[in-house]
Write a protein that binds this ligand. Structure first.
Ligand code: MEV
Length: 315
């Protein structure tokens, strides 16, 4: 009986969420401190394929939950390997990525499951471009969660690399010439990406000129941020985050709690902060000089953030 393990990291969008759904660029980075881990063990013959996700109390049979997101990831991966009969497998997936917090927990869980299937069936050893296939599978699962995913979440989680992403184009890697620190804080308020993305869509349909202008403004900030990251101008990132947050507020995707924690982080020394992901709840990110990391983190914890993660972008 063999066991295979596969992981996928969390992610944060540094700049460009929401506008990225409307074909503007966005920048996202993996967060390796948090991850989803899938294990796959051969089960006794005739028992079929089951998937357990103890963190959310799920324990499902592949054959009876074909459209469940966990089952869909596994089923699409099995189809890709060419295995025809349902295999006798026990899959278990665990994750320490906050759920519904904008850190890509759903995408990471799907990616870890698909990667475990590929590794166990030796598909990854025999095929080139496995990451592209995992990415395609995870994107299909993302569509169950919301109707118009840009594809950025699955891309950064699957490739586990910083990406410059434009919908419909191959993701581009870019060089981080000077590492910088982020403090990520969880508001503790679950946010449905589907609901927030459809609210923005309705508002865009009503008032497309205004919204297109905001998306253009965000696109320009993202381009400036890329330039700053590539040239090592870390000092420019804080002000760019503030500008991006100003436009996210105009999209009506911020919330009182996000604004309160953003103000606390900036008062405690963050050079800039913004929501990350869909907004309304979920996480905020702060770009922080190394000397201020502890202070910003402590201020956010004292103000009631549900969790904080410190991560370094670049090495
Ligand atoms: C969600 O993490 C990011 C959004 O831009 C939606 C998407 O890109 O699919 C809000």
């Amino acid at each position: 009986m063999t066991t295979t393990t596969a992981t996928a990291p969390g992610k944060v969008i540094l700049f460009g969420e929401h506008a990225v759904v409307y074909a503007r660029p966005a920048i996202a980075v993996p967060v390796a401190n948090v991850k989803a881990t899938a294990t796959l063990t051969d089960a006794p013959v005739g028992t079929g394929c089951t998937i357990a996700a103890p963190d959310i109390g799920a324990n499902i049979r592949l054959s009876s939950h074909r459209q469940d997101p966990l089952a869909l990831a596994v089923r699409l991966a099995i189809e890709e390997t060419g295995i025809e009969a349902e295999p006798d497998w026990q899959l278990t997936v665990r994750s320490d990525i906050p759920i519904a917090g904008g850190m890509g927990s759903g995408a990471a869980v799907s990616a870890a499951l698909a990667k475990a299937v590929f590794a166990h069936s030796r598909f990854s050893a025999q095929h080139r471009h496995t990451a592209e296939t995992v990415n395609r599978i995870v994107y299909e699962v993302e569509k169950l969660h919301h109707a118009h995913p840009s594809g950025i979440d699955n891309t950064v989680v699957v490739y586990a690399q910083p990406v410059w992403f434009v919908r419909g184009q191959p993701p581009q890697r870019f060089y981080i010439s000077r590492p910088f620190h982020l403090v990520i804080a969880d508001t503790g308020i679950a946010s449905s990406t589907a609901a927030v993305v459809s609210d923005v869509r309705r508002a865009w349909e009503r008032d497309s000129l205004v919204y297109e202008d905001i998306f253009d403004g965000i696109g320009e900030i993202v381009a400036d941020a890329r330039q700053a990251i590539v040239s090592g101008d870390v000092a420019a990132l804080g002000p760019l985050m503030r500008e991006n947050q100003h436009l996210l507020r105009q999209l009506d995707v911020s919330s009182e709690e996000l604004e309160r924690l953003i103000a606390i982080a900036e008062d405690a020394g963050a050079s800039g902060a913004k929501l990350s992901g869909a907004g309304r709840g979920g996480n905020l990110i702060c770009v922080v000089e190394p000397d201020s990391v502890d202070e910003v983190r402590k201020a956010l914890q004292a103000a009631g953030a549900a969790g904080t993660v410190v991560t370094q972008v670049g090495s």
